[in-house]
Design a protein around this ligand. Structure first.
Ligand code: FAD
Length: 519
């Protein structure tokens, strides 16, 4: 993917009508764009910031049915998600993993309830089950989780779910979409909708946030896939539209793996205030979270509240022998759930649903909001099917069920580089040509100059944040260590794109400001 070439392509196509314009480059928008492009529709995706900058890089990183939703009795949602979990693991083996979870058990009643409940979870997954659930003794629980507190522990329930790298998955979708003939542009903000005399939407007005150039782009169909921002696009269509989103913030902290000392994850199904809390090994660290705090302000950079951080630390302290302290935190990240609200009572959290919603406005704005990362593919399929049914597109079958996002196989044996999919082999080639480019940029993170170069040439980064936060996961894995390698990343990027030293120092300066929100 090359941003400059894509902009030239867009300019070349000016005056030509796209079949579909997707607004929003998170999981939902990229999924829809890939579905659309793979069916052969002429597809353009516009993202105002970087791909997955918002919620889609800030998830718990689970490809899951949602044990919690099963407890709430939403079996259809769980079944759909378990089915999609299987498809995602099959189509993106380079970015997904089978993760074992252990629920610590303290009462006989919990032992029965969770063992039976999770057996049912396996049953719902059918042939896409990732491994059997079963009860284990106290001793076996301690063997799996040596740093779990022993007081009152009766045993554990083991189950399996998927885990993944969310922003790299987003990039894999963007890449696949362009391979199918779609065009994806980051830092392209939609600032208005074009309408004909009848008031029907016929395209968008967009601005290239880097050059400031403005574009009017025509399309048969405009799809609003902007997550928590969906109401701002709906407002461009109808300024009197009622709010449809009730954002809820979820915070995670990242700790050194020594706090868990295990390959198994911990799932606490009911914390003091009734939330679910996970401690999950992720790369070389552990991600602990999350919270669920209704909030009013929608931002691209949500910031964790002190009470959310304290809640996670206190809960972790209750379960772990080595209690994490504030200074042990390697990163704090917050994301906003685009929950669908009741439009007649937007302040209410009672009606908030975790399911996705597809709506079509009278002027033809097709919106898809809510849902989960795990279900991005079926959400996309439903959205394009709805566009076909509504007469915007000619009928063509969905092609994403068997659409592999990498050709890499186990035989390729590329180690840690598998996260780059087919790019792993090209990175290996760069290292073979210049062995020094295979040496990590810093002692606490594994990323090498060869990876940064390959990313610059293939993944459309515009800032060093794009590389440190989403193309590598340096920011989330260790915010301070990511700042240490920022100057070198800026230099490598400047060499690739022909920026001067002033650009480098500005980038480092703004990155150092950014990380304050993550530490
Ligand atoms: C804390 C937390 C944990 C979660 N954990 C999980 C999990 O473990 N597993 C799971 O399956 N799901 C999880 N989810 C849910 C999942 O992350 C979301 O459902 C998903 O990421 C939403 O994607 P999206 O594309 O709808 O929204 P977003 O990722 O927010 O994308 C919307 C995009 O639209 C862009 N945009 C907005 N306005 C404009 C405009 N005018 N022009 C152009 N672009 C615009 C934004 O910049 C943004 O990038 C979690 C969510 C949260 C908050």
């Amino acid at each position: 993917m090359n941003r400059q070439q894509f902009i030239e392509e867009l300019q070349k196509q000016s005056g030509i009508k796209w079949d579909v314009i997707v607004i929003g480059g998170g999981a939902t928008g990229l999924g829809v764009a890939l579905d659309s492009a793979s069916r052969g529709y002429k597809t353009l995706l516009l993202e105002q910031s970087d791909f997955a900058k918002a919620t889609s890089s800030r998830s718990t990183k689970l490809v899951h049915g949602g044990v919690r939703y099963m407890a709430q009795g939403d079996l259809l949602l769980v079944m759909e998600a378990l089915h999609e979990r299987g498809i995602m693991l099959k189509n993106a083996p380079h970015l997904t993993f089978n993760q074992e979870f252990v629920i610590p058990i303290y009462t006989i009643w919990d032992a029965i309830m969770y063992t039976v409940g999770l057996k049912f979870y396996d049953l719902l997954a059918g042939r896409l089950s990732m491994g059997k659930s079963y009860f284990i003794s106290r001793e076996k629980t301690m063997l799996r989780l040596p740093l779990l507190k022993r007081d009152g522990l009766k045993g554990g329930v083991v189950y399996h779910d998927g885990q993944f790298d969310d922003s790299r998955m987003a990039l894999a979708l963007a890449q696949a979409c362009t391979e199918k003939g779609g065009l994806v542009l980051n830092y392209f903000r939609v600032k208005g909708l074009l309408k004909n005399e009848q008031g029907n939407i016929i395209g968008v007005r967009a601005v290239d946030e880097i050059s400031g150039d403005e574009f009017s782009i025509n399309a048969n169909l405009v799809i609003n896939a902007t997550g928590v921002f969906a109401d701002s696009i709906a407002g461009m269509d109808n300024p009197a539209a009622k709010p449809t989103i009730r954002p809820s913030q979820g915070v995670h902290i990242v700790l050194d793996r020594s706090f868990l000392q295990s390959d198994s994850a911990i799932m606490i199904p009911k914390t003091d205030d009734g939330r679910v809390l996970f401690a999950i090994p992720w790369y070389d660290e552990v991600v602990v979270g999350t919270t669920d705090t209704p909030i009013d302000e929608i931002s691209l950079e949500p910031v964790a509240l002190e009470k959310e951080i304290n809640f996670i630390l206190h809960t972790a302290e209750k379960y772990l022998v080595k209690p994490p302290r504030r200074e042990d935190i390697l990163c704090i990240f917050a994301g906003l759930r685009p929950l669908a609200a009741n439009p007649d009572n937007p302040a209410s959290t009672k009606e908030v649903s975790r399911r996705h919603k597809i709506t079509l406005s009278p002027s033809g704005l097709l919106s898809i909001i809510g849902g989960k990362w795990t279900t991005y593919r079926c959400m996309a399929e439903e959205t394009i099917n709805k566009a076909i049914k509504s007469g915007f597109l000619e009928k063509r079958e969905c092609r994403t069920v068997n659409l592999k996002l990498t050709k890499l196989s186990d035989n390729n044996n590329v180690g840690r580089l598998h996260i780059y999919g087919d790019g792993a082999l090209e990175i290996e080639k760069l290292i073979a040509e210049t062995p020094s480019s295979g040496i990590p940029l810093g002692p606490r993170l594994p990323y090498t100059p060869a990876e940064i170069k390959w990313i610059c040439r293939n993944e459309m980064p515009v800032s060093i944040e794009d590389i440190l936060a989403r193309r590598t996961r340096a920011l989330l894995l260790n915010a301070r260590a990511s700042a240490d390698i920022a100057p070198e990343v800026a230099h490598l990027m400047a060499m690739e794109f022909g920026h001067d030293t002033k650009w480098e120092s500005k980038q480092v300066e703004s990155y150092n400001k950014l990380i304050l929100k993550y530490i």
